[in-house]
Design a protein around this ligand. Structure first.
Ligand code: PNS
Length: 172
């Protein structure tokens, strides 16, 4: 039997930190279904089809073991629908803990059979998030190395005037 995990998130857009979690997750699971779900607390920059496109383009290299999906319901219900045993989430710093803990316990309350598995991101991604990367790009900051090149181009298209090519703050 295949060990399947759902990796849910906003993915607005996918970052190198997400790719790091997927790479680590594939050492534990046979298949990971990367699933775009709604986070009511966030206003997305990209539409769901745009986010799916960026995921598809950047996850090609994991061919076969990754599927990209979207759903508009509860993550635990989607996990059941897809025969997944676990929900995979990345943990960066302590600041993530309270929110992740609350969400994992709520998901367990909703369905006791689905486990949440947390993986630590690599140290170099500890400070990155889709939100902070978008903010940096919006005001002209350089986001090289934080997102795949294709995603960087898509972010720049959303902020064409402000960024002027994202030349500020070259990574040292
Ligand atoms: O990348 P994010 O924004 O941290 O992901 C959060 C997300 C989308 C995984 C979360 O908001 C979610 O699971 N939304 C779907 C509804 C749901 O099942 N919520 C959790 C229990 S109430």
């Amino acid at each position: 039997m295949q060990r399947i995990a759902i990796y849910p998130g906003s993915f607005d857009p996918v970052t190198n930190g997400h790719l790091d979690i997927i790479t680590r997750g594939l050492t534990l699971f046979d298949k990971i279904i990367v699933t775009i779900l709604e986070n009511p607390a966030k206003n997305a920059l990209f539409t769901v089809p745009e986010r799916m496109d960026m995921l598809q383009k950047t996850l090609k290299k994991f061919n076969g073991r990754i599927e990209i999906a979207s759903d508009d319901g509860l993550v635990v219900d989607y996990a059941v629908k897809r025969n997944a045993a676990a929900i995979l989430r990345g943990m960066r710093a302590v600041s993530d803990f309270e929110y992740e803990f609350q969400m994992a316990l709520m998901n367990r309350k909703l369905n006791r059979d689905i486990q949440t598995v947390f993986l630590m991101t690599g140290l170099r991604w500890i400070f990155t998030s889709s939100s902070i990367i978008k903010e940096a790009a919006k005001f002209g900051g350089n986001i090289d190395g934080m997102v795949p090149a294709y995603v960087k181009r898509k972010i720049m298209q959303k902020y064409p005037i402000e960024t002027k090519g994202g030349k500020k703050g070259k990574m040292k």
